[in-house]
Write a new protein. Structure first.
Length: 246
């Protein structure tokens, strides 16, 4: 549900979201919230009680739209809002179980707070940056949820472990050619030594995760091998590894 239905046209008609709909695995409808306004100017916002700058989304169009679209008491209502709880892969998994979702996109400075409260909505934010409205966040949530619907991903795609399923960032990947503009593929990947490759990949996944997402590393239990690999990384740095002078 949105004041800008046109935003959804491109993303819903490409790639996975398109194929999921074509296969009949999901049905996605985009509703113009202005259809549930009643005045000549199709007003969806108003000035804030208590004063202040900016406009606030009015309750009536959103409640009437939800009344019209709700299929049963089981419909889960999601409001995209900077005041929401952070969206996670775990939440995507929960939402993928629902038979019917209604995603409500805001504009202006946000919603009259009776909207999420009165709808019993899950209020979600996709992250800590300033956006103009809830449409791009709704597409992010849709993408994350739809790919978890059984049958949406092909075997190859769903077999691949991705970042958050394993709790670590992915190891670096390479494809041909072996040298490009002087940049080389690590020799171990060309060695055919599968045990050495697996060890290298685990080590590089640990290195990346510690460099870029130390928060993730703190949440998982490290095996003896993981601890050895991290110690090796520390030794490389101490004995003048990559990036060190002399
Ligand atoms: C979101 C007023 O509508 C907005 C504005 C910003 C915004 C959202 C909705 S949802 N940012 C986020 O997920 O971070």
């Amino acid at each position: 549900m949105t004041l800008f239905p046109g935003i959804f046209q491109g993303p819903l008609q490409e790639s996975i979201l398109r194929r999921a709909q074509e296969k009949g695995l999901v049905e996605i409808r985009v509703h113009d919230l202005r259809a549930w306004t009643h005045d000549r100017h199709r007003t969806a916002d108003d000035i804030p009680y208590g004063g202040g700058s900016g406009m606030v989304m009015k309750p009536e169009p959103v409640f009437e739209a939800v009344d019209a679209l709700r299929q049963d008491p089981e419909s889960r209502i999601v409001v995209l809002s900077p005041q929401g709880v952070p969206f996670t892969q775990e939440m995507a998994g929960g939402l993928a179980q629902a038979e019917h979702l209604i995603l409500v996109c805001g504009r202006y400075e946000g919603f009259d707070d009776r909207i999420p409260r009165g709808l019993g909505a899950l209020e979600i934010s996709i992250g800590d940056y300033v956006l103009t409205g809830g449409e791009l966040p709704a597409l992010v949530v849709l993408d994350a949820v739809v790919r978890l619907v059984p049958g949406v991903l092909g075997d190859a795609e769903s077999a691949a472990g991705d970042s958050f399923s394993a709790g670590l960032l992915e190891f670096p990947q390479y494809t041909r050619p072996p040298v490009y503009r002087g940049l080389v593929v690590p020799a171990v990947l060309l060695s055919g030594d599968h045990l050495a490759i697996a060890r290298w990949r685990r080590k590089e996944a640990l290195r990346r995760t510690r460099d870029r997402r130390p928060d993730l590393l703190e949440r998982i239990r490290l095996s003896e091998l993981d601890q050895d690999l991290l110690a090796e990384i520390d030794d490389e740095a101490a004995s003048g590894g990559a990036g060190m002078n002399s």
